[in-house]
Design a protein around this ligand. Structure first.
Ligand code: ASP
Length: 411
């Protein structure tokens, strides 16, 4: 059986078993969760997290060195960031539109009186951007500071490209390290069906279905907006800009989406997302290895959608009307918030506090959506990594066409 099929079965079984757990007493669920599901899920998570930093570092060095010319890198960087900003803005508009049409906060009863939420201090996005160049690259590698790792790897890659023959040994070493890491991804992915099953069953069993209750409409709004963005925006990009079939894209990228879904972490899904893009979708390595790690760090369309719907939902629950200027402010701050969201579970919710504070909505409103956020996080993370792969695919296809045209005119 193919890995994709196995993962699909694991996903479905995980959902069924997870829902089953919500009907049994905690005395039954708790030991199964503690001694079976959580350890199996955690081992799978650790296995993939183990290779995230090395793979990001090594593949960006190689990708940059492979591109050779830093101006080419600059152009690709500009295209990537423009694609990310435009798609995030579209995602936010879809989220806002769906929330306005479905009005999830106007029907039902919400326990506003007892809602309490302590806003954690959110990392200032500007500081993150300013500190992109690490003072100590080894500290950045050790603590998994993704943007700093990307910056350091870019410098090394550019230097290797300039030095050419002089550093051919180091270049070769990176190539071999890359081979080794890709081999490990393949091996680790063999455990994905078991890991995904355990993580999903545990997450659903933990969240319970009672939490859904009056939040059903909010969940429908978030899911609908996620589906529209995935099915329409990305398909248009793949078809219009990439001149390729969205169905083929989704089929090829499915294993990565399922890992994003089960782990709720863009970072954890990165190794398999890059492997799927390069091997199954034929994205150029030099492009995938730069565009996807950057996207896993700063491009979170699914998170932006949740933040847009949640903001409108909270404004409706607390009956605070939003002006047109508030809408613009939501688009601006939620874009920044999603850039600042780290690719790990639940951070999008913490960053939502920043959006609410900006437009003067009660941060306690977050308490209302906490209960269902774990489940939505799974779906939005899937979309987050799909956005990154779409960018890599579209940019790679356009580069391939450019190269073919140049070769053609050189004849
Ligand atoms: N879990 C999301 C991710 O890793 C971030 C979030 O929205 O919480 O992409």
């Amino acid at each position: 059986m193919s890995l994709t099929k196995k993962i699909l079965i694991a996903l479905i079984l995980g959902v069924i078993v997870g829902i089953g757990f919500t009907f049994v007493s905690p005395e039954v669920f708790s030991p199964v969760d503690t001694y079976v599901l959580t350890p199996v899920g955690q081992i799978f998570l650790n296995l993939i997290m183990m290779i995230v930093v090395p793979i990001v570092f090594v593949s960006i060095v190689l990708g940059t060195a492979g591109l050779g010319d830093p101006t080419k890198l600059g152009k690709i960087g500009l295209k990537t960031i423009s694609f990310y900003l435009v798609t995030t803005a579209v995602a936010l508009m879809i989220g806002l539109g769906v929330a306005y049409v479905l009005e999830p906060g106007t029907e039902g009863t919400f326990d506003v009186e007892n809602a309490e939420f302590e806003a954690e201090s959110t990392p200032p996005v500007m500081d993150t951007l300013i500190n992109i160049i690490p003072e100590n690259p080894f500290e950045a590698l050790a603590s998994g500071e993704m943007l700093q790792i990307i910056a350091f790897a870019l410098f090394i890659g550019i230097a290797l490209a300039y030095l050419g023959e002089k550093t051919a040994g180091i270049f070769r070493l990176f190539e071999q390290a890359n081979e080794l890491l890709i081999w490990l991804v393949h091996v680790i992915m063999k455990t994905a069906p078991y890991g995904a099953f355990a993580l999903i069953a545990s997450a659903i069993g933990d969240a319970g279905l009672d939490a859904i209750g009056s939040m059903a409409m909010y969940m429908v709004a978030v899911v609908l907006a996620l589906v529209i963005h995935g099915a329409v925006t990305y398909s248009i990009a793949i078809w219009g800009l990439g001149k390729a079939s969205p169905i083929k894209f989704y089929k090829g990228f499915f294993p990565a989406m399922s890992v994003g879904f089960s782990t709720s972490s863009s970072s954890a899904a990165l190794p398999i997302a890059m492997q799927s893009a390069q091997e199954t979708l034929g994205v150029k390595k030099s492009i995938s290895s730069f565009v996807q790690p950057l996207g896993a760090t700063i491009n979170m369309d699914g998170t932006a959608i949740m933040q847009a719907v949640a903001t409108v939902f909270i404004s409706q629950v607390y009956a605070v009307p939003l002006e047109f200027t508030d809408i613009i402010l939501i688009i601006l701050t939620a874009t920044l918030a999603s850039i600042g969201t780290a690719g790990v579970p639940s951070v999008g919710l913490i960053m939502l506090a920043m959006v609410l504070q900006q437009i003067g909505l009660p941060v306690e409103g977050i308490a209302l959506i906490v209960g269902v956020d774990r489940l939505l996080d799974m779906l939005r993370t899937s979309l987050n990594i799909t956005g990154d792969a779409t960018a890599a695919y579209v940019i790679s296809e356009s580069e391939k066409r450019k190269e073919a045209n140049t070769a053609e005119s050189a004849k």
